[in-house]
Design a protein around this ligand. Sequence first.
Ligand code: NAP
Ligand code: MG
Length: 404
Amino acid sequence: MKKKIAMQVPIVEMDGDEMTRIIWRYIKEELIYPFVDLKTEYYDLGLPYRDKTADQVTKDAAYAAIKYGVAVKCATITPNAQRMEEYHLKEMYSSPNATIRGIMDGTVFRAPILVKGIEPYVRCWEKPITIARHAFGDIYKAAEMKIPAEAKAELVISDRQGNEQRKEICQYNQNGGILLGMFNTMDSIRSFAKSCFNYALSTEQDLWFSAKDTISKQYDHTFKDIFQEIYDHDFKEKFEKMGISYFYTLIDDAVARVIRSKGGFVWALKNYDGDVMSDMLATAFGSLAMMTSVLVSPDGKYEFEAAHGTVTRHYYKHLKGEETSTNSIATIFAWSGALKKRGQMDQNQELIAFADHLEQATINTVEDGVMTKDLALLSTLKNKTIVNTHEFIMQVNKRLVNYQ
Ligand code: NAP
Ligand code: MG
């Protein structure tokens, strides 16, 4: 066997929970250690250790991602009441992804992995569509109220000098109603726009942005204006040089165009639109288990992960000693994405080539008809062999060895 590939700078490794934690170890042991002299700075984001450190480990991991520039993350449990009991937690910690996103000030890009035999529901889609979701503010950080009968709701803004601006929202009738106050900040929208333009450049894809500026003449229109201003000022030349384009269109129009498109572009969306559209696209492309996710900060720091969760149901089967057939592809691609980005940053051609081979070996395995149960249910290939969680990874290893 060839000498192992050397790395100059470590990748920040964020371990996680349940079935994906099991997969994590298999991937490292079977697909990375044999080929790469892997350097990582390890952070255990598994729930027991998060609890032990009162969640400090999550923050430390995020700062390390900023320091080194490339991280790879395993899926983690977001605690809820049931998990509080199950893990005897001291506190209901917030979602690690939200914590990391907050610290890195990043935008999440989700892209499907395409393989032959698993055809998108939309027949004209030939290439992946990447969704960029603005993961800050809007209804996710809103103030909400139930409003009693005949009350009046107003927007009141007080500035630093104590001046007030008021605007009536609604005069409710005898049956009352509901109210939502949501916000965003110029800084966050600017970071979002920059991350999107940078990501489009780094993946050589067109960028679309869509919102509802015709109805929301201040709120959504501000998003549109900021995107345009940053594009004209900082990116227009770079885009033209690369032969890619930016364009804004109303979200209704975008939805219609996306369905008729061939794919192969980045679609930037506000927080709620991105939340909904990314799940729609994941299903339309085949499966959530084939969706990759990367968090990109405005100054180009990357955190790679699978879009799915910890696959709890499979983990409980695994604990009972039953066989599982969990799809590891999105987690493998999180690793290959991180290794490739590290390789690009360090001009490490061998590492880039290895990451490409790892992806190709994974796709070839499925295209050879060897797949986990979730894919077998979707695949149109005639001859299929369903394998268990570990066997799938070993099948990828077998093909990967051939490249070395
Ligand atoms: P999930 O782990 O994504 O799993 C939902 C279901 O989707 C699974 O039960 C399974 O269906 C299918 N599935 C997802 N990934 C799969 C894979 N790789 N291979 C095969 N099937 C797969 O979502 P969840 O059950 O809602 O959440 C479980 C835990 O994950 C929660 O504690 C949640 O907080 C956490 N979570 C973490 C992240 C993250 O870290 N980024 C994201 C989402 C959720 P079948 O059971 O039908 O086989
Ligand atoms: Mg969603």
